[in-house]
Design a binder for this molecule. Structure first.
Ligand SMILES: [Fe+2]
Ligand SMILES: [Fe+2]
Length: 217
């Protein structure tokens, strides 16, 4: 397996985790909040997606720039997105901590940070799959590819489980929920949410109101 193939395989499993995250966000909007799921999602982001995967990509970025200096531009763009997702991870972690201390208003930040995280990653992965990785495959000599693969095996070997198993765990967890998660009904859409959320699901504004959102932005 080449270094790029290893990273593309990670992406496949990260997308499984993102689908689970999207489903959990929809569940929150429908009144089912699973702190345990979001705790595990945060850990997946920290250890796998923004942890081991970014560590592996940092090695590739450095190797490619050493071979082709103009790659610094694309690397800066990808790096910016890595920083952006780490920022959303930190917001998610802070919100979960606040909820553990009894502040249920922080559920808004859980939904907001998770949605922003997922959105950035869905934009980020295709740039790597279709742009940066093919370029890396063209410019990296075989001995540097081999060195990267060895580093990746070392990084993967330190993980508690494989990317596949970690992502599948999130997928299974989000599917375990009350059979009939109640959709908030019988309440009018709060006017301050109408423009922002009806496009996606007109129950979301009602759900956020029930969660105690206090009129952000
Ligand atoms: Fe990346
Ligand atoms: Fe990536």
């Amino acid at each position: 397996m080449t270094a790029s193939a290893n990273l593309i395989d990670n992406h496949r499993h990260i997308l499984v985790a993102l689908d689970a995250a999207d489903e959990a966000v929809r569940d929150v909007a429908r009144g089912h909040r699973s702190l345990a799921f979001f705790e595990n999602l945060r850990e997946f982001i920290d250890v796998y997606a923004d942890g081991a995967h970014y560590e592996k990509e940092d090695h590739m970025f450095a190797a490619v720039m050493a071979q082709a200096a103009p790659a610094a531009g694309p690397v800066a763009c990808l790096d910016m997105e890595h920083h952006a997702t780490r920022g959303q991870h930190d917001r998610l972690a802070a919100a979960l901590e606040a909820i553990r201390k009894g502040n249920n208003d922080a559920w808004f930040d859980v939904v907001d940070a998770t949605t922003r995280y997922v959105t950035i990653i869905r934009i980020h992965l295709p740039k790597e799959n279709a742009g940066f990785f093919p370029m890396a495959d063209m410019v990296l000599p075989a001995h540097i590819q081999a060195d990267l693969v060895a580093r990746y095996e070392e990084i993967d070997g330190k993980l508690p489980m494989s990317f596949a198993d970690a992502a599948a765990g999130l997928q299974q967890q989000v599917r375990k929920k009350p059979v009939a998660a109640p959709a908030p009904a019988g309440r009018p859409m709060p006017s301050r949410f109408v423009d922002r959320f009806t496009l996606y699901d007109d129950r979301l504004g009602v759900a956020l109101d029930l969660l105690g959102d206090v009129g952000r932005g």
